[in-house]
Design a protein around this ligand. Structure first.
Ligand code: ZN
Length: 115
């Protein structure tokens, strides 16, 4: 894939990273330990623990995405972005627009998931 074309994905990836950073910052307090005096009844404590679990799940998914996106930026740096890891063909632009951190093409993904 052309280096120039690869570079067009950099701002998109950086925008997504900024979006995730903002979300992580805003949900930070949701996952901080629940003080016993915060929840008055047993039910509300249960509620806040459930909320905390949900927030933790979302945060770990986002951290995983951050890892993938940073890896994608490195691929741009090395000029390897947009090339399938398995068959070395260009990954179609539509796929990269949908999933900018994709490292394999759809055909290879299907082959891999059938194994
Ligand atoms: Zn492939």
């Amino acid at each position: 894939m052309d280096k120039q074309v690869q570079e067009t994905f950099r701002p998109r990836i950086e925008a997504r990273l900024a979006e995730i950073a903002a979300t992580l910052a805003s949900t930070k307090e949701d996952t901080e330990a629940i003080a016993p005096d915060v929840a008055i009844g047993r039910l509300s404590r249960l509620d806040s623990m459930q909320m905390q679990q949900m927030a933790l799940g979302m945060q770990s998914r986002m951290r995983e995405e951050v890892k993938q996106l940073k890896e994608a930026l490195r691929r741009i740096d090395f000029g390897r972005y947009g090339t399938c890891d398995l068959c070395r063909q260009d990954i179609p632009m539509e796929r990269l627009e949908f999933q900018p951190d994709a490292t394999v093409c759809v055909a290879c993904l299907r082959r891999a998931s059938r194994r």
